[in-house]
Design a protein around this ligand. Structure first.
Ligand code: SF4
Length: 215
């Protein structure tokens, strides 16, 4: 079983508690205006990875506090995600993974559970709702005020319960450079990207192709 992947990231500290692994799936047909991850929209892009290879990558990271799944839209690959999350349960049983699983989706709660009817057994918390550019928020780990953080398991309630209404004046943003590309992890607030481009330009760095504008 193969999963169409945009990127694997580690460490991820800006989306979920602790020091985490990040799986960004490739492909999203929702098309939220203002999406900063347009590079993950096209199902024809990305890399088809064997689910077993993703599991081996996760197990090989050693101790992580969790896995954040984002994208891209995870519900557009239900069979591959199901296989992956069943594999993560096996890693847990065998002592190779002790973290939580947090999943982002641009679908609403009912659509998410319709696509992933097994979610409450395999995903500890979900952040539901399409990004709404007209509803800015300072809610932690969320991009717009309509998005809701919902714990699904006991571990999810333990880890995420304290953060349901947590706000962050300066939300965490990570920037990494890999293979000559700059990757931003986290949810920028309105104006952050313009400020980033301006700051880089004043230092002589011109961003040629960015994921928050059409190609
Ligand atoms: S914000 Fe998420 S759900 Fe919306 S278009 Fe972008 S990747 Fe898709």
């Amino acid at each position: 079983m193969k999963l169409n992947v945009s990127r694997l990231h580690h460490p991820v500290t800006a989306l979920g508690p602790g020091i985490r692994a990040g799986l960004w799936v490739q492909g999203c047909t929702i098309g939220c205006p203002g999406c900063v991850s347009r590079d993950t929209w096209d199902h024809g892009d990305g890399t088809a990875l064997e689910v077993d290879d993703v599991l081996a990558w996760l197990a090989g990271l050693g101790e992580v506090d969790g896995l954040t799944i984002s994208g891209g839209e995870p519900t557009e690959q239900p069979a591959a995600l199901h296989a992956l999350l069943q594999g993560i349960e096996r890693l847990r049983r065998d002592g190779h993974f002790a973290g939580d699983v947090l999943c982002y989706t641009g679908r609403d709660e009912a659509e998410f559970h319709a696509a992933f009817p097994w979610a409450a057994d395999l995903i500890d918390a979900v952040i539901v709702g399409a990004f709404a550019i007209t509803e800015p928020t300072d809610l932690l780990w969320r991009g717009s005020a309509n998005q809701r953080l919902i714990p699904l398991t006991d571990l999810g309630r333990l880890r995420y319960g304290p953060f349901l209404d947590e706000r962050a004046e300066h939300p965490p943003l990570q920037v990494t450079v890999e293979d000559g590309q700059v990757w931003m992890i986290g949810i920028p607030r309105r104006g952050d990207l313009r400020r980033l481009e301006t700051a880089l330009r004043s230092s002589g760095v011109e961003l040629e192709e960015v994921s928050w504008r059409p190609r």
